[in-house]
Design a protein around this ligand. Sequence first.
Ligand SMILES: [Zn+2]
Ligand SMILES: [Zn+2]
Length: 276
Amino acid sequence: MENFICVQCGTQFDATAEPPPRCLICEDERQFVHYGGQQWTTLERLAADHHNRYEDEAPQLLGISTEPEFAIGQRALLLQSPGGNLLWDCISVLHERTIAEVKARGGIRAIAISHPHFYSSIVEWADHFDAQIFLHVADREWVMRKSPRIQFWEGTTFPLWDGLTLVNCGGHFDGGTVLHWPAGANVKGALLTGDIITVVQDRRYVSFMRSYPNLVPLGTAAIHRILETIEPFPFEQIYGGWWKANVLSDAKAAVTRSAQRYLRAITGTSADGPVR
Ligand SMILES: [Zn+2]
Ligand SMILES: [Zn+2]
């Protein structure tokens, strides 16, 4: 029996004797099955020719990604906090060196994930670090490897420890979640967003999509919901889902002006006109 991993999205599945017939996450319109066909690998095979890279994105915020790039290519963030470390988002590859690097920084108390594209091998990580996993219940159907460590949370916000709060913005996925880190950005606050609020090439802006690979935008109501759910939280910075995909100053205003630009684009209103 083997916990197979989808090569295109990096998701690890429940143990089976043969690779699963299909990957539901990739068949969904928000991802894609490679034109060459569905492919599978295993943690062992991946570890043979991939290694992980570790780099601080900010004080107390260690980025971890896989090289050469694998699947969606995100980097996870180990948020180091006095009450315990939180692994925000996750990657598929986990081996001894990574375990040692993370343990040297105090291990992992819990793992929280922005959305199913980054579920990767969360159960593998949680088992190694004896950690809990927090996922929003609205995305329950996308969990491909079950575990009693997974706790599904409901509603708009879910408080963790040290003021950390999970916030359900929806959008890209119904359970789409961002993390508010009040101690981040020198106590001005930071949001960790994955691609629920995605940092774009111009680092003064972010964007929002239903499907990134297939370029399907979100509608007006979804954009307003994202703005409303993050409104109560002060934040100066945003850490997105990839290396250096960060808005490092005035991030809350960046979200507002990005949402206004987006709404103008999808509703066909002029730059000077009112945005509804
Ligand atoms: Zn997949
Ligand atoms: Zn995604």
